[in-house]
Design a protein around this ligand. Structure first.
Ligand code: AMP
Ligand code: GLY
Length: 425
């Protein structure tokens, strides 16, 4: 089978790494990939958002299965385009991807199907005065979210009413998120710990991967700015069997049924971002794709070939209701470049990659490229160092021992990835 993975980050390195292990694969491509991916797949120099060029390539090469990593091509309908050209593709259609592409849609959807989530109201740019009135009525903190994709920056937790009004102004007047901020959601602040659950689904049947906990803030102790994710571990004991059963019954099942009913059958990986509150799990967000860096821990914990799952789902018929998971823990520590999540430095030579020889450690590349024979940084998140082991605490130590062997000018990582999980034990 010839497989094409679309994307260039740590998530895509994770996907390529796992898919590569399948005996069903004869040829593996990644567009546009990165330096790490180039050692295990053939790089295709086409951007993830250039869907017409990707289509031409996939048709020309006779690709049997395309796996789409990032959200942008999905919300722009790459799956619809590929499928209408007879190409099997893992990922949701444009309409299904709106679960991530529009917060207003996803919140109203959850309301229609009684799916547990924060209380909210949505407003468009003409309803500014109603939004102001609402802000003045409800208690703080409150959360304001731009409707559209905003590279993980569209959410502001407002501690005061003044901050909420300023945030409103930045979205509706200064238009900092452009079109993405012309509609907003204002919602209740949820108290609890976050976790993420991934369902691989054909829209009816699904299997869930190990529940994960991401670390979204840039600094230790969950302080500082929000990022795409600075590290993650799985499984997380915050998602107990009881919580997971509730997630399946009250969230995944009604989400799939509701989407199918509305003509938006969801096929691909459904990412459910959860807040585990005192009254149970609530949805913070849906994403229409695998998480990053969660992919770099949940895929190494799968104890069987992933390709049959991806292929069956792309064909619209998943025959399995369970996926074999390892009885182990995985931890990923992200090494970022100075400045991230704002403007970050690039083109720094990375040293120490060759020093990682441990069987149970994998270095996933997120923002790297070749400069002649040197591997240099090219993104804000540069590497994700994953360790797999039996005991969470030992696995965390193993990951950090590897992280300490790698460096580049301005390398930065959090030192407390997995700590919450260890403390809970
Ligand atoms: P989102 O892009 O919707 O996942 O939001 C980004 C981050 O903002 C989440 O990971 C949470 O840490 C935080 N957040 C979003 N919505 C809420 C909420 N209703 N209550 C508390 N924190 C939230
Ligand atoms: N790690 C968060 C995300 O993938 O959206």
């Amino acid at each position: 089978m010839k497989i094409l993975v679309i994307g260039s980050g740590g998530r895509e390195h994770g996907l390529v790494w796992k898919i590569k292990q399948s005996p069903l694969v004869s040829k593996l491509y990644c567009a546009p990939g990165n330096a790490g991916i180039s050692s295990i797949a053939e790089i295709v120099p086409i951007k993830a958002t250039d869907k017409n060029a990707l289509l031409l390539f996939a048709k020309y090469e006779g690709i049997d299965l395309t796996v789409v990593g990032p959200e942008h091509p999905l919300t722009e309908g790459i799956v619809d385009l590929f499928e209408s050209n007879g190409l099997k593709t893992f990922g949701p259609s444009r309409l299904a991807a709106e679960l991530e592409g529009s917060k207003v849609f996803s919140k109203q959807f959850m309301k229609r199907y009684d799916i547990p989530t924060a209380e909210f109201r949505s407003f468009n740019i003409e309803e500014r005065f109603d939004a102001e009135r609402y802000i003045n009525e409800v208690p703080v903190p409150i959360v304001i979210k731009a409707d559209g994709l905003a590279a993980g920056k569209g959410v502001t937790v407002c501690e005061t009413k003044e901050q909420a009004l300023e945030t409103l102004d930045s979205m509706f007047e200064q238009k900092v998120f452009g079109e993405a901020g012309s509609k907003i959601v204002i919602e209740e602040f949820l108290v609890g710990e976050e976790a993420s659950v991934f369902a691989l689904t054909d829209g009816k049947e699904y299997v869930v991967l190990s529940p994960a906990q991401d670390h979204k803030r840039i600094l230790d102790g969950d302080k500082g700015k929000n990022t795409g994710g600075m590290g993650a571990y799985a499984p997380t004991s915050i998602v107990t069997d009881e919580v997971l059963n509730r997630v399946k019954r009250d969230i995944i099942r009604p989400t799939l049924l509701g989407m199918a009913k509305e003509g938006r059958q969801y096929k691909g990986c459904l990412y459910i971002g959860l807040m585990i509150t005192e009254t149970g799990p609530k949805v913070v967000e849906y994403n229409c794709r695998f998480g990053d860096p969660e992919t770099q821990i949940v895929l190494p914990l799968i104890d069987e070939d992933i390709v049959p799952f991806l292929f069956e789902i792309a064909n619209g018929k998943l025959s399995k209701t369970k996926i074999k998971l390892k009885n182990a823990s995985a931890v990923c520590v992200v090494i970022a470049s100075r400045g991230y999540p704002d403007r970050y430095e690039v083109d720094k030579s990375i040293v120490g990659l060759d020093a990682i020889k441990e069987q149970n450690v994998v270095v996933f590349h997120a923002g790297t490229k070749y400069n002649k024979d040197d591997i240099v940084t090219s993104g804000g998140r540069v590497l994700g160092v994953t360790a797999i082991g039996v005991d969470l605490e030992e696995t965390v130590d193993e990951a950090y021992r590897a992280v300490e062997k790698i460096t580049f000018d301005g390398a930065y990582y959090r030192s407390d990835i997995g700590k919450k999980g260890i403390e809970r034990i």
